[in-house]
Design a protein around this ligand. Structure first.
Ligand SMILES: C[S@@+](CC[C@H](N)C(=O)[O-])C[C@H]1O[C@@H](n2cnc3c(N)ncnc32)[C@H](O)[C@@H]1O
Length: 275
């Protein structure tokens, strides 16, 4: 049995923190010491490594990518829910019905990005919102991209199978309209699934697309980043918003220099691109 406290020296902890920062932007300070100890000790046991040096070698090897994913996944929370912070979906509904109505009528493509989508609930909530806001004949022009660094979450989002008890109170009617049910599970019908596409993506890395978005959800992920990483991310995201487009952020997140980024606050943790 490995003793957690003997296992990792200060130098080992720093090495893990540097790796996490480099691959995902996650900022691990002293307060996360015991979390790192327990996550790494568990992984060392699971991969049958002899000690921390063996484990570092594994990370540098071919299988290292898988291991890095595992660590990031263990160090972050994937907590999410359908229609979390419902007001953002009300803003999105209005954005599609009113602000971008003319573009939709002209059959222009409308892009929405759920940029740390976890297991997909945020992206599917956006898809259901779009399906209610946009006339059936135009819905195919709506594209919702869901991305997350955690491949296991992306796999779940792609499967799109959830439990009935994930449906929030008072939303049954909406889910009955867009989902098929089987026992305790449900899955989204083809017309909703066709709107969403899920891909693994590190939000602080390169973005392999040039397109601008009409709405971006970036909620509850910058909580892991330091200020410099967060500020750069807001700048990059705002440069990928169409004028009139909106960005929705988490309840404990703030864009302090919104004016400089051409953004205007429009409601609870929501900003509109104005220039
Ligand atoms: C708390 S969940 C938020 C899910 C959803 N946005 C919401 O608010 O309900 C945070 C998600 O951020 C993801 N994440 C952490 N670092 C990331 C990064 N560098 N790039 C992309 N996703 C990341 C985690 O894997 C996790 O699924």
């Amino acid at each position: 049995m490995i003793n957690n406290h003997k296992l990792l020296s200060k130098k080992d902890l720093l090495t893990i923190a540097k790796i996490a920062k480099k691959i995902s932007g996650i900022h691990l300070d002293q307060s996360k010491k015991y979390t790192i100890q327990s996550v790494i000790s568990r992984r060392i046991r699971e991969v049958n490594a002899e000690n921390i040096n063996d484990y570092f070698k594994l990370m540098e090897s071919m299988e290292g990518e898988y291991e890095k994913d595992k660590i990031i996944s263990a160090l972050t929370t994937n907590v999410t829910s359908f229609f979390r912070e419902k007001h953002h979906f009300d803003y999105l509904h209005k954005l599609l019905c009113c602000d971008f109505h003319a573009e939709i009528m002209r059959e222009e493509r409308i892009r929405i990005w759920s940029s740390a989508c976890s297991s997909g609930e945020e992206a599917y909530s956006a898809a259901m919102t779009a399906a209610e806001a946009v006339n059936y004949s135009h819905i195919k022009k709506i594209k919702i991209l869901g991305t997350d660094i955690d491949p296991e979450m992306i796999r779940r989002a792609q499967d799109g199978i959830y439990f009935k008890n994930n449906i929030p109170k008072n939303f049954s009617e909406k889910f009955n309209k867009f989902c098929d049910f089987s026992g305790e599970e449900f899955y989204f019908s083809r017309n909703i699934k066709d709107l969403v596409l899920f891909k693994k993506l590190n939000i602080i890395g390169e973005w392999p697309f040039q397109a601008k978005f009409h709405a971006i959800f970036c909620r509850n992920v910058t909580i892991y980043f330091d200020k410099k990483t967060t500020d750069l991310l807001w700048r990059r995201l705002s440069s990928r918003l169409h004028v009139k487009g909106e960005i929705y952020i988490g309840h404990s997140e703030r864009i302090t220099n919104f004016e400089e980024l051409g953004l205007r606050p429009i409601g609870i943790n929501a900003y509109k691109k104005v220039v």
